[in-house]
Write a protein that binds this ligand. Structure first.
Ligand SMILES: Cc1cc2nc3c(=O)[nH]c(=O)nc-3n(C[C@H](O)[C@H](O)[C@H](O)COP(=O)(O)OP(=O)(O)OC[C@H]3O[C@@H](n4cnc5c(N)ncnc54)[C@H](O)[C@@H]3O)c2cc1C
Length: 390
């Protein structure tokens, strides 16, 4: 859908019509259909390019786009018996094409909103009372505020890592080993040269599955190697053959977002730090941010940046340091956490919205010897950060 902006300045320009951009715009227009908004999106059409999964802790605007949900799921790590967990929060799978369709319908219904497809934003320049956005075709847009969700090129330094993955949605033949109606969130494999490697397997109905090979690594985009591992895993498990229906891949930064000075341009989505560092889950955090940001815009006119928790960031940093410094494997660390911690507190923690007591439950479940060893290196990292910020 492409419409040219009307001949007046929109109240808001959103760079990127992906998960964060559309989550916000759909809420705003649902409540105020006449709001002048421009969304800039380079794609010329949307498709089922991914599914978003995660625990639904609260109702959200796109929950009718879910195509499956489970309360039971399992974790597998070598040397431990399979761990089946039941959470009161459903683990839901949101179809990207349903999500895009719903958001586009809300935009189409509104009288003053424009989704500019096939358009690319370049330079964004801020003045005292407005922002200018330069598009690749020479158009210049002007607004009071900009939400920027464009992916950013990043270089990650220790202790931050990349979470690289390749996923196939496959249709299976009659017999398959280890594939059933229960999702496997982590099936740890030998880490090889990486910090961690695991399979992620979700049943998608009609004997089809999303099977994803993931690593945590210092290097980005290792899709060729991951794809070989994925194919080998499928050949071993899908005994009577498999057929590829759809492919997805990505490299997610397991790192805090770069510092952004708060002016009239608000980074959001992955760019704004909505992704949980140690897990890569972002969809449901984006939904919570979109609720808060839409309420703020409707009440005051000004957006809100995604909220960050120094406690969670600190715990994630410590976790990544332990993973890289000690001989303990990711399978052992996650395995111990999933075995020892009660499920709902752990789910709230992994989703980035723990209650104070949940932090205690998680902390009690970790192998403290390993963490104390990483303590001095974390303390020195914070001392360096403090010196740099002065
Ligand atoms: C394949 C895949 C599967 C994932 N699965 C999950 C999952 O199951 N659960 C979960 O919680 N998270 C998942 N994630 C992580 C995260 O939730 C998603 O990446 C999510 O889409 C992030 O939202 P976003 O708005 O930040 O980025 P995006 O949804 O990628 O949106 C960014 C948008 O910016 C646009 N853009 C790029 N350049 C420009 C430009 N110059 N000007 C304007 N716009 C531009 C892009 O076209 C895109 O539409 C997944 C990520 C990937 C890649």
């Amino acid at each position: 859908m492409t419409r040219k902006p009307d001949d007046f300045d929109p109240e808001l320009i959103v760079l990127g019509g992906g998960c964060a951009g559309l989550s916000l715009v759909a809420r705003l227009l649902d409540q105020r259909p006449s709001m002048p908004i421009v969304v800039v999106e380079p794609r010329t059409e949307y498709c089922e390019d991914r599914t978003w999964c995660g625990w639904r802790l609260n109702d959200h605007f796109f929950q009718d786009c879910a195509i499956a949900e489970w309360n039971d799921w399992r974790i597998l790590s070598k040397g431990r018996s399979p761990l089946l967990r039941h959470s009161s929060y459903p683990y839901e799978m949101i179809s990207a094409s349903r999500f895009y369709d719903k958001a586009c319908r809300v935009i189409e219904r509104s009288s003053h909103a424009t989704l500019l497809m096939g358009a690319q934003a370049g330079l964004v320049s801020e003045a005292a009372d407005h922002v200018l956005v330069h598009l690749a075709d020479g158009t210049i847009l002007r607004s009071r505020y900009v939400i920027d969700t464009r992916p950013e090129p990043r270089v990650l330094k220790y202790p931050w890592l990349w979470q690289n993955f390749v996923g196939y949605v496959v249709a299976l033949g009659d017999s398959a080993f280890g594939l059933d109606d229960t999702p496997t969130l982590m099936d740890f494999q030998d880490a090889g040269p990486d910090i961690a490697r695991f399979m992620y397997v979700l049943p998608c109905g009609s004997n089809s599955f999303l099977c994803e090979f993931t690593n945590f690594s210092q290097s980005k985009d290792e899709t060729v190697l991951l794809e070989q591992e994925l194919v080998a895993w499928l050949n071993e498990h899908a005994v009577s053959g498999w057929r590829l229906l759809r492919r997805e891949s990505g490299s997610l930064p397991m790192a805090p977002p770069p510092d952004a000075t708060q002016g009239r341009v608000f980074p959001a989505g992955t760019r704004g730090g909505s992704m949980r560092i140690s897990t890569g889950y972002a969809f449901h955090r984006i939904q919570r941010w979109a609720d808060e940001c839409a309420s703020s815009i409707l009440a005051t006119g000004a957006p809100l940046a995604p909220r960050r928790s120094p406690v969670l960031d600190g715990m994630d940093e410590l976790f990544l340091r332990v993973l890289q410094q000690s001989s303990v494997s990711a399978g052992d660390l996650f395995g111990q956490l999933f075995h020892r911690c009660p499920t709902d507190p752990l789910v709230r923690f992994l989703s980035g919205v723990p209650r104070p007591r949940d932090l205690w439950s998680v902390a009690r479940s970790l192998p403290w010897g390993r963490f104390l060893k990483a303590g001095p290196s974390l303390a020195s990292a914070y001392a360096t950060k403090m010196r740099e910020s002065r």
